[in-house]
Design a protein around this ligand. Structure first.
Ligand code: PEP
Ligand code: MG
Length: 574
């Protein structure tokens, strides 16, 4: 049966492929009593599931391509060992017999016992092996629930669409190494870090679909329209043909845009605009160069710290920053210091210990609370500055005290390098992110002590409108065109202009080509966005006349009614 589900499109384009449900089976296990006369049958059902998973894993192992990394085979062997262990393969059967419960429940109970024992192990590496146990149990439970994976792991080449309840930024960053055609999730906001990563993966993605994971089955054919935020499940022949055509048209449009890659971003009245790129990992530089960006306006270094047990040491960080600086060949590379915390945890399993992580110990607050970790990053950054045009960007500033403490720590890192006679750029520029309303209101004071400002609209909107950017239930209230947001942007731009300091926008607003003219009209001259948006924003810049835009932007700014702003922007874009 064909049907469609609507959500929030976070990365444009059309994908057609088969669903792969990201396991969430553990959450679906229910407890029920099994009558005495059916106990043997329940035990047999359990045995059968274990055998099915064993066979699955053996098949996957035998199909491993010759050049696949050794860890992959070792990983499957570990899972087979866990599966063969009596604590998992035998003990749940006793629970079924003694407690007359269903097989899934017995297995889940046993898994919790094993995980508890792992948690008591002191050695961190061994302790972490509990995740392998959980993964094996997930596989067995999927079989018991009648939903074994119909997509063999190793055939997941192209045209696989991930369907998940949620994907953490730590998971999403790992997708960079795989070729998925699209991904969709039940929850999430349009400017959550997961959505930002979706954009950086350059694949169509939709969040906030509510029940995609329960409505879609493994292996089903899906059309993902990332632009409209629609998933079509089991499309009929005509719909499929229509979307194949749309997909081709989309690709042709993208090709056409490539013609302006080398064109300078200059408005019709002759004003030069800087279009910079945002990156998450050093490999993204390839895409940055292909986009024709004039530099990197935001390098989110926290992704270097994710999916690992220990933070990268100074040398590893230095090499990552140096590689980006060298690859950019003298063009500006704005490296943001660690913005960990809130939804960006080092490890996906890290517990959120505070009640309101977005308002908690994140970004610069965390760095000031962990000066040793910060010192290592600053030294790495400074050392890398000898190899290119690196600038430092500080996230989440809320007060001048924080700024001054940070500047002091930068000076201390410089001093330590001087003592070692290590090379670095002593005049390295230091900028601050304006992403807390308090900082925007005091932008002039920040601009006095910094070399440049960069407006993080994602957080600025979150904090000004009190809307959790990761929470889909309030995503309809997340409004970049709220008069308060436009005024905060204007205050910051004005402060920069007054003090002769450059101001950029590096939040998602900068990459939305529908907002390019408004931002130009407000006075923005530096935009930083995901590389895949550079050409569509440049296309707008090339057709914009600031003389005409400024009066409309002023009119928009004086309006306190969001509903009146929308039509004015549409008019601006004609
Ligand atoms: C922002 O908040 O707009 C921003 C660019 O930073 P991040 O999205 O990484 O929080
Ligand atoms: Mg931010």
């Amino acid at each position: 049966m064909s049907f469609s589900i609507h959500g929030v499109g976070v990365s444009n384009g059309i994908a057609i492929g088969h669903a792969h449900l990201v396991s969430h089976a553990l959450l679906e296990v229910v407890h029920y009593q099994v009558p005495e006369n059916l106990i043997e049958q329940e035990v047999a059902r359990f045995d059968q599931a274990i055998n099915t998973v064993k066979l699955d894993l053996e098949t996957v192992k035998s199909q491993l391509p010759n050049k696949s990394p050794a860890e992959l085979a070792a990983f499957i062997n570990t899972h087979l060992m866990i599966l063969n262990d009596h604590t998992l393969a035998e003990d749940p059967k006793l629970t079924i017999k003694n407690e007359h419960c269903n097989a899934e429940w017995a297995l889940k109970q046993q898994m919790e016992n094993i995980v508890e024992q792992f948690d008591q192990i002191e050695d961190e590496y061994l302790r972490e092996r509990k995740h392998d146990v959980v993964q094996v149990v997930e596989r067995i439970i999927k079989v018991l629930l009648g939903r074994p994976s119909q997509v063999p792991v190793l055939e997941q080449e192209k045209a696989i669409i991930l369907v998940a309840h949620d994907i953490s930024p730590a998971d999403a960053i790992q997708f960079k190494h795989h070729q998925f055609a699209a991904f969709v999730t039940d929850v999430g906001g349009a400017t959550s870090h997961t959505a930002i990563l979706a954009r950086s993966l350059n694949i169509p993605s939709i969040v906030a679909l509510q029940r995609a994971r329960t409505l879609i089955r493994d292996g089903e054919l899906l059309i993902i329209d990332g632009t409209q935020g629609v998933v079509i499940v089991n499309p009929d022949k005509d719909t499929l043909a229509e979307y194949k055509l749309k997909q081709e048209q989309w690709q042709i449009e993208q090709q056409k845009l490539k013609r302006i890659k080398l064109t300078k971003a200059v408005t019709l009245d002759g004003t030069t605009i800087d279009l910079y790129a945002n990156i998450e990992v050093p490999d993204d530089v390839v895409q940055v160069k292909a986009s024709g960006a004039s530099g990197i306006g935001l390098y989110r270094t926290e992704f270097l710290f994710m999916n690992r047990r220990e933070a990268p040491n100074e040398q590893e960080q230095f090499e990552a920053y140096k590689a980006v600086a060298e690859a950019m060949d003298g063009k500006p590379v704005t490296i943001r210091t660690l913005d960990l915390g809130a939804d960006k945890q080092m490890n996906a399993d890290t517990e959120r210990s505070c009640t309101n992580p977005a308002l908690g110990l994140r970004a610069i607050r965390l760095c000031l609370a962990e000066p040793q970790m910060f010192h290592i990053q600053l030294r790495a950054l400074l050392r890398a500055s000898a190899f290119g045009n690196i600038k430092i960007l500080i996230p989440m500033l809320s007060s001048l005290t924080e700024l001054r403490q940070t500047l002091l720590l930068i000076e201390r890192a410089k001093q330590s390098l001087r003592l070692e006679k290590a090379e670095f750029n002593n005049d390295i520029e230091v900028g601050g992110m304006i992403e807390i309303p308090a900082a925007a209101l005091c932008a002039e004071a920040f601009a006095k002590e910094l070399d440049f400002l960069s407006i993080g609209t994602n957080d600025l909107i979150q904090y000004s409108l009190a809307i959790d950017r990761t929470d889909d239930s309030v995503s309809h209230l997340y409004n970049p065109l709220h008069p308060a947001i436009l005024q905060l942007i204007e205050i910051t731009l004005k402060a920069g202009k007054k003090l002769g300091k450059k101001v950029s926008v590096c939040g998602e607003m900068a990459g939305d080509s529908k907002l390019t003219r408004l931002l130009l009209g407000l006075g923005l001259r530096q935009f930083s966005m995901h590389p895949s948006h550079i050409l569509s924003v440049k296309h707008q810049v090339l057709q914009s006349d600031l003389v005409k835009l400024v009066p409309t932007a002023r009119k928009i700014l004086s309006s306190h009614d969001s509903d009146k702003i929308e039509p004015l922007i549409q008019k601006m874009n004609l």
